[in-house]
Ligand binder design. Structure first.
Ligand code: SAH
Ligand code: SF4
Ligand code: F3S
Length: 483
C-alpha cells in the first residue's frame, strides 16, 4: 500500500493522463483527490461514502477495491447509507430477487438526493452488464450519476473524475475484456484475512446461469502476481486467504505457461507466515486427483470443500450443462472423503429447474442423504433472460417448487445439525474473527471446517489462531472454551 501511495504522489497533473495502467489510475486518483479536497474545504467537513455489496465473494472483493480507491481519493467511510455523500451499489444479478432489491434501494435514495447537494449515486457490478438494466436506469432513474460494469472497475477513479467534470450521468460498460490490471489500492474488511482473486470470468455456461454473460470469459491471473499479492498481505498481518474464482479447478489453463490449480496451491503453501488457505468455487467436473492429493498433504489448506452439486438427477444435470452424472459426483465425494476423512463438504442446489419431475427431485434428496453435507445453500430456480434455460419448456409451477424447496431445506438442516455434532468434545484450532454480537464477554472464531464457535475471550485475540475445546454443538455452531 505504501508503494502505491508513493506512485499516486508522483503523478504529474500538469501533464496529460498517462496511457498505461495502473499509472493512468494513479493520475486520476490524484486528480479526484484535488476536487474532493476543494469541496471538503468549502463545506468544512470531509465527503463521505458508503459501498453496499450484493452477491458473492467476488463482489465483496471488488468492493474492497472500490473502497481502497475512494479512501485514496480522500472520501471517508460512512456506514449509514442515508448519511453518505457518495452511495455505491455493487450489484448482483444471479437471481431475480437480488435484482429487485437494488431497484428498491434506489427508489429510497431518490428523495434524499434533493436534500444533499453533494449526493452522488454510483452503480456497478454484474447487473450493469445487462443492457436492459442500463436502459431502464437511463429511462427511469435519471438521478444516478455513475454506471459501470464488472470489466472496468479498475477505472473507478477515472470515471469519478469524468463525472465531477461533466455534471451528467456517466455510463461506461464493456462487453468483455482480456485485461487484468494489477497494483491498485484496496482496503480489506478484515485485517487478518483476505480474499484473493486468482481468476476472473467463467467459461462453463451452465444453462441456468447468467454469470458467464456478465463476468466474461475465463482469465487467470499470473501466478507471480498472486504470490506477490499474498506475500504482501501476509507482511501486513493476514493469516488466512480465500482464493477466489468461479471455477478455481480450471485455473491456469489460459496462461502463457499453463499451471494447474494444484500446482498454484503448492506454491502458496510455501509462503511463510500464511496459516490458512481456503478457496471457492470448485466445479466437480474439473476437480483433479492431484488437487485431492494436495489437500490430503497440505498443512494449510482448510478442511472444507464447497462442491456445488446443483441437482441429484443425472437427467437434470445434463440439461443444466454441468457435465457430470450423479454417480460421477458421488464417486468424487468418496475419493475426497477417503483422502481427507475429516473434510467438511458444502454445496449449492437448485430446486425447480425447468422439467424437474418429482422423481428428479427425489434424486436430489437422495444425494443429500448420501453425501451428508455440513451445510448447503438451497436456491429456487430463477429464470435469467438470455440463458438457455429461460426458454426451456416445462417451467415448474411456483407451488410445486415451494413444496420441494421446503422439503429439501428440512432434510439439509436435519442432516447438517447431525454432522455438526460429530466434532463436539474435540479440541480444534480456531481463527478468532470478532467480538460476539450478542454477548460482549465472548469472541467468535472459525474452525478449519468453516463452522463458528463462540467462547469467552477479549478483543486482543482477534486475528490469532488458538485451540478451543468444543463444549457444545448448538445446531450450526458451537459454544466452547480456550485451552
Ligand atoms: N461458479 C459457482 C457458482 C456461482 S453462482 C459454481 O459453479 O459453483 C452461486 C450459486 O447460485 C450457484 O451454485 C447456483 O446454485 C446458484 N444459481 C446460479 N444461477 C441460478 C439461477 N438462475 N437460479 C437459481 N440459482 C442459481
Ligand atoms: Fe455459473 Fe456454472 Fe459458471 Fe458457476 S460454473 S458461474 S454456475 S456458469
Ligand atoms: Fe452475483 Fe455476479 Fe457474484 S451475478 S453471484 S455478484 S459473479
Amino acid at each position: 500500500m505504501r508503494e502505491i501511495e508513493n506512485y499516486i504522489e508522483d503523478a504529474d497533473l500538469t501533464k496529460e493522463a498517462p496511457p498505461n495502467e495502473p499509472q493512468r489510475q494513479y493520475y486520476f486518483i490524484k486528480k479526484a483527490r484535488e476536487y474532493v479536497h476543494q469541496v471538503s474545504e468549502q463545506i468544512g467537513r470531509p465527503l463521505t461514502f458508503c459501498v453496499t455489496t450484493f452477491g458473492c465473494q467476488m463482489n465483496a472483493r471488488d468492493s474492497e477495491k472500490l473502497v481502497g480507491i475512494l479512501e485514496q481519493i480522500g472520501y471517508v467511510e460512512e456506514p449509514e447509507e442515508e448519511k453518505a455523500d457518495f452511495v455505491i451499489f455493487n450489484t448482483c444479478t444471479v437471481r431475480e430477487n437480488a435484482n429487485m432489491r437494488v431497484y428498491g434501494r434506489l427508489g429510497q435514495l431518490k428523495h434524499q438526493k434533493k436534500e444533499n447537494p453533494y449526493r452522488m449515486i454510483g452503480l456497478c457490478g454484474c447487473m450493469m452488464q445487462e443492457p436492459e438494466v442500463v436502459e431502464k436506469l437511463k429511462q427511469k432513474y435519471r438521478y444516478v450519476d455513475l454506471i459501470f460494469g464488472t470489466h472496468n472497475i479498475y477505472k473507478f477513479a477515472e470515471l469519478i473524475v469524468t463525472r465531477l467534470e461533466s455534471e451528467r450521468m456517466v455510463i461506461d460498460i464493456w462487453k468483455d475484456t482480456d485485461k487484468i490490471v494489477e497494483d491498485l489500492p484496496s482496503e480489506r474488511k478484515f485485517p487478518f484475512k483476505s480474499g484473493v482473486n486468482i481468476m476472473f470470468g467463467c467459461n462453463n455456461f451452465c444453462s441456468y446461469c447468467i454469470v458467464p454473460y456478465v463476468r466474461g470469459r475465463e482469465r487467470s491471473r499470473n501466478p507471480k502476481d498472486i504470490l506477490r499479492e499474498i506475500e504482501g498481505l501476509v507482511a501486513d498481518g493476514v493469516v488466512e486467504v480465500m482464493l477466489l474464482g468461479q471455477n478455481v479447478n480450471s485455473y491456469g489453463k489460459n496462461l502463457e505457461t499453463p499451471m494447474t490449480f494444484a500446482e498454484l496451491l503448492r506454491e502458496i503453501e510455501k509462503i511463510e507466515g500464511l496459516k490458512r488457505i481456503r478457496f471457492m468455487t470448485s466445479h466437480p467436473k474439473d476437480l483433479s486427483d492431484d488437487l485431492i492429493e494436495v489437500m490430503r498433504t497440505s498443512k494449510k489448506i482448510c478442511k472444507h470443500l464447497h462442491l456445488p452439486v446443483q441437482s441429484g438427477s443425472t437427467r437434470i444435470l445434463q440439461k443444466m450443462n454441468r457435465r457430470y452424472t450423479k454417480e460421477q459426483y458421488l464417486e468424487l465425494v468418496r475419493k475426497i472423503k477417503t483422502a481427507v476423512p475429516d473434510i467438511s463438504l458444502t454445496t449449492d442446489m437448485i430446486v425447480g429447474f425447468p422439467g424437474e419431475t418429482e422423481e428428479d427431485f427425489l434424486e436430489t434428496m437422495d444425494i443429500v442423504r448420501q453425501v451428508r453435507y455440513d451445510s448447503a445453500f438451497t436456491f429456487i430456480y430463477s429464470k435469467r433472460t438470455g440463458t438457455p434455460a429461460a426458454t426451456m419448456e416445462d417451467q415448474i409451477p411456483e407451488e410445486v417448487v415451494k413444496d420441494r424447496f421446503d422439503r429439501l431445506l428440512k432434510e439439509v438442516q436435519t442432516i447438517s445439525s447431525e454432522v455438526c455434532r460429530v466434532h463436539e468434545g474435540t479440541i480444534q484450532s480456531v481463527l478468532v474473527e470478532s467480538r460476539n454480537d450478542h454477548d460482549e464477554t465472548l469472541v467468535t472464531g472459525r474452525l478449519s471446517n468453516n463452522l463458528l464457535v463462540h467462547f469467552p475471550g477479549d478483543e486482543s485475540l482477534i486475528g490469532r489462531i488458538v485451540d478451543v475445546h468444543l463444549n457444545e454443538c448448538k445446531g450450526f455452531y458451537y459454544l466452547g472454551e480456550m485451552v
